[in-house]
Design a protein around this ligand. Structure first.
Ligand code: SAH
Ligand code: SF4
Ligand code: F3S
Length: 484
């Protein structure tokens, strides 16, 4: 375990080890010296800021980056004025990319004033050749660029950055390597994400994730459970198992294990009180999983089940491998078996070939399922995906469809959230309310937010709260003594 490593005793006169993670431990030790030298030159402790875009997977990666940065001697900061700024990028939709270019310009203006400042880029966007070409041409001020497959060698790359004066680019096409046991600095003391698998094999025709995250790889259960045990010993009570398609977890492992079986193993870890997971693909959601969820006290009453479209024609063109009817049946089964579950989803509008009738189908599913919440997106063309070559829908049509979908979603979500009125449910207290310091903010098992009177010492505790007033998508209430 890296906690037991004495980095100061690593002999840097030797060649770096070839095997991982020992090789990275060596570079952490080496990097400490560089940071110290830089600090002396700068005359102040060096600060670092990790800026995260995108999904929970990226958020978890950022915690790994932060872990290394702390180990090599940086003080973590939340400001892009820091001496080292790293953007962990997302490329799932074009607006995510545009935001990164915007931040980069801003960051460069600060770099001109701070000669010690370094800028790095990593994450999904870096796995695209057109992005790298653009950076090489117009963003020469960036010091270090790497991708999603080699994030484990961040310490080594940092060393190279200190040893060189030009732009360092290291991008891998794919990898079947999973390096365990590197430092992580968590954002929250009481909850944590944990990767159970990487990559995706589904190739939905609109989606760039399989191209930038590579093929599906599951971590071994032993490694996952050990990591969760360690987190639990460290004060974590809620964990979120992360993967692009958790329902196909374990399929490529030597000893095959299902996602539902993994959940049951996780449940045995005493100090873990809540288990969440993300994301489920409807085509792979098993009866076994529904059964395990139904009988569990720890698995949260929340399932995020991306629909994308309610039109069977569009679903087929998207390569989602389920029909409108199959989705409806699945959702009905889940609601029947677990009545207090909250069902949330992702919906996309404007996929090539989508007509107003297809949007009607989507709205029909929204109303029939009654989603508790939904993320709605406008389809964004991703270079290299099959859908990019299909005929695109005119923009006005897309916007008209999007507005209709959004309205339907808000209507069902309001109704669903309102049904909790008057109930007493347990909430995990996450923070002191930003607007009103006499309140704390908690999250129910079904993911709904509730604000209630309380103080910072409640953070990390799971307490029963009476839901008194519904404000559209969240509640206000009061802490009570017993649960229902
Ligand atoms: N693995 C998850 C989704 C990951 S991406 C799943 O299969 O559901 C998160 C969401 O972004 C997707 O559910 C989809 O709704 C949206 N998305 C993906 N590609 C997109 C694109 N090209 N344009 C717009 N939205 C997209
Ligand atoms: Fe993208 Fe589909 Fe994989 Fe989700 S399942 S990451 S939408 S290709
Ligand atoms: Fe974005 Fe990469 Fe996640 S593209 S949504 S950060 S996997």
């Amino acid at each position: 375990m890296y906690e037991n490593i004495d980095f100061n005793s690593i002999d840097l006169t030797q060649e770096p080890p070839v095997s991982e993670p020992e090789r990275q431990y060596y570079f952490i030790a080496k990097c400490r010296q560089y940071v110290k030298e830089q600090e002396e030159l700068a005359g102040h402790p060096l600060t670092a800021d990790v800026v995260t875009f995108g999904c929970q997977m990226n958020a978890r990666d950022s915690e790994k980056l932060s872990g290394i940065l702390e180990q090599v001697g940086y003080t973590l900061s939340d400001s892009e004025e820091a001496d080292f700024v790293i953007y962990n990028t997302c490329t799932v939709r074009d607006n995510a990319n545009q935001r990164v270019y915007g931040r980069l310009g801003f960051c460069n203006s600060m770099k001109r004033k701070n000669p010690h400042k370094k800028i790095a880029l990593c994450g999904c966007m870096m796995q695209e050749q057109n992005v790298i070409d653009k950076l090489k041409k117009s963003y020469r001020f960036v010091d270090l660029i790497f991708g999603t497959h080699n994030i484990f060698k961040f310490a080594e790359l940092l060393c190279r950055m200190f040893e060189s004066s030009g732009m360092i680019i290291d991008i891998w096409k794919d990898s079947d390597q999973i390096v365990e046991d590197l430092p992580v600095e968590r954002k929250y003391p009481f909850k944590s994400g944990i990767n159970i698998m990487f990559g995706c094999n589904n190739f939905c025709t609109y989606c760039i994730v399989p191209y930038v995250r590579g093929r599906e790889k599951s971590r071994r259960p032993k490694e996952i459970l050990q990591e969760i045990e360690k987190l639990a010993d460290d004060g974590v009570v809620e964990i979120m198992l992360l993967g692009q398609n958790v329902n196909s977890y374990g399929k490529n492992l030597e000893d095959e294990i299902s996602f539902a079986q993994l959940l049951q193993e996780v449940e045995k870890i005493d100090k873990i009180k809540r288990i969440r997971f993300m994301t489920s693909h409807p085509k792979d959601l098993s009866d076994e999983l529904i059964e395990v969820m139904k009988n569990s006290d720890k698995i949260c009453r929340h399932l995020h089940l991306p629909l994308q479209s309610g039109s069977t024609k569009i679903l087929k063109a998207m390569n989602r491998r389920y029909t409108k009817e199959q989705y409806l049946e699945l959702a009905a089964k889940i609601r029947r078996e677990i009545p207090d579950i909250s069902l949330t989803t992702d919906i996309m509008v404007g996929f090539p070939g989508e007509t107003a009738e297809d949007v009607d189908d989507t709205i029909d599913v929204i109303r029939k399922v009654g989603f508790d919440n939904a993320f709605t997106f406008i389809y964004s063309v991703r270079t290299g995906t099959p859908a990019a070559a299909m005929e695109q829908v005119p923009e006005e049509e897309v916007h008209a469809g999007f507005d209709r979908v959004l309205e339907a979603v808000q209507e069902t979500a309001r109704k669903q959230v309102a049904r909790l009125q008057g109930q007493t449910l347990t909430a995990l207290v996450e923070e002191v309310n930003e607007q009103d310091a006499s309140l704390v903010t908690g999250r129910l098992s079904n993911n709904t937010i509730v604000h209630f009177p309380g103080s910072a010492d409640l953070i990390g505790q799971i307490v029963p709260v009476k839901l008194e007033e519904c404000h559209g998508f969240y509640y206000t209430g009061h802490r009570v003594e017993e649960t229902k």
